[in-house]
Design a binder for this molecule. Structure first.
Ligand code: ZN
Length: 424
């Protein structure tokens, strides 16, 4: 049986919207994309299912590239690693994976989950046990002593190992990365600098260049990706030069940093929603619950608004995704992130390309995901309205008339045409 969508407004992930397009799926692949002036799509037979989607937009499923599936209303460190047992957090992660998929994201790239929860989440989704996006799984936070999540006092003697893998020196980093891979991760997460809500300051380098190089080499040698929390310029330069795949946050950009990142080929995941959301809250309420962070967040948002067009010009792929699951950014609001980029002055088509094509590319699957093209896997959305006119339509899950992953409907509120009329 084939599936026909007829009369769609098509956003293929790159080009401006195209009206009145028929898209045909067979099994998990897209077999025809035919608009006015193209060779016509085949006629459906009574065995096929046909949906008339005039007035709706068909676009690729989005890829959320900074996912913490097991964060549950996190206000401080203990909420991540002491408040709940891993068994409970695994259920939280399963719920959030389903929620992410139902929010229009057919892919995700992890940015850290304790106890290898995301590895098992990926396995459970792949086995069809639970619903979720195509998951690129991340593991523990690989950090130096006293950095990031290594904040519990030593005299507590907690000896916890589920959230953080603490290591110092290139040899320990090499070993830590190999352990992560042994435990099944697809991508490793490092913490390279302070800033952006962490206890260490903005300008602090928490890893040395030698540690970075050893970690990246160990990941790449075994065919895995590696990403890092990087705020200041020194960290950006060192990480790009070491060959890090994804630079998270990347606040301290300037002309030199843009040139180096472009030359070295890293992706950038600005996580702009984090700052936009705190500033939006302040704007609406006159005060913020994170008042002391406001100056840094203002600097961050302005810097990204200034440099995002330069990243685009330099051909540096930008990724979407952010720290949803921290207390003031609830899971489920994922697509509100698109509005942060809109408000930073990025045009909607570019934001959509970042959310679809770039997400597919960073997982190494640009040749079959992230676009609506013949031969590509059918990960797609049918949306009420046109996101290229107004990104906000994606923030309401009720506007997602259908979500298709790997050729199968995850949800479908569309009315199927009767077979007899479909064949006419
Ligand atoms: Zn994060």
């Amino acid at each position: 049986m084939r599936t026909f969508f007829r009369g769609a407004n098509l956003l293929d992930g790159t080009n401006p919207a195209r009206a009145d397009v028929t898209v045909v799926l067979e099994d998990e692949r897209i077999t025809h994309v035919a608009g006015p002036g193209d060779a016509p799509a085949p006629q459906p037979t009574p065995e096929d299912q046909v949906f008339e989607v005039a007035g709706k937009t068909l676009m690729p499923g989005m890829v959320f590239c900074h996912f913490h599936p097991a964060y549950d209303n996190v206000a401080n460190l203990t909420d991540i690693d002491l408040k709940h047992p891993p068994t409970y957090l695994t259920l939280v992660a399963a719920k959030n994976a389903e929620l992410l998929l139902h929010s229009g994201y057919t892919g995700s790239v992890g940015a850290g989950a304790a106890n290898f929860i995301e590895v098992q989440l990926r396995n459970a989704v792949e086995k069809g046990l639970i619903q979720g996006p195509r998951i690129t799984a991340c593991g523990r936070d690989v950090v130096t002593t006293g950095d990031s999540v290594d904040m519990h006092p030593d005299w507590w003697s907690l000896k916890m190992s589920g959230l953080a893998r603490i290591c110092d020196g290139p040899d320990e980093f090499r070993k830590a990365v190999r352990e992560e891979i042994k435990n099944g991760v697809d991508i490793v997460k490092l913490y390279v600098t302070g800033g952006h809500g962490l206890p260490l300051d903005y300008e602090v380098m928490s890893m040395t260049e030698a540690e970075l190089e050893a970690a990246v080499e160990a990941a790449h040698e075994r065919g895995k990706k590696i990403r890092g929390h990087i705020i200041n310029k020194r960290g950006i330069l060192a990480s790009a030069r070491a060959g890090l795949d994804i630079i998270d946050h990347c606040d301290g950009l300037d002309e030199e940093a843009v040139d180096v990142v472009a030359e070295c080929g890293s992706y950038v995941a600005p996580s702009l929603y984090f700052s936009w959301n705190i500033l939006d809250d302040k704007k609406r309420n006159g005060t913020s619950s994170f008042e002391s962070w406001v100056p840094e967040m203002e600097r961050t948002f302005e810097s990204h608004a200034r440099w995002l067009p330069e990243l685009e010009k330099a051909g540096i792929p930008v990724l979407l995704g952010d720290d949803f699951g921290v207390g003031w950014m609830p899971h489920g609001d994922y697509a509100r992130e698109l509005l942060a980029y809109r408000d930073a002055g990025v045009d909607p088509l570019t934001v959509l390309r970042w959310a679809t094509r770039n997400g597919a590319a960073v997982t190494g699957r640009a040749d079959e995901l992230g676009s609506i093209e013949v031969g590509f896997l059918a990960d797609l959305l049918v949306v009420d309205g046109d996101p290229s006119q107004d990104l906000a339509v994606l923030t309401d899950r009720d506007n997602l008339s259908a979500i298709v992953k790997n050729g199968e409907f995850v949800t479908c509120a569309l009315k199927r045409e009767a077979s007899a009329s479909a064949a006419q």
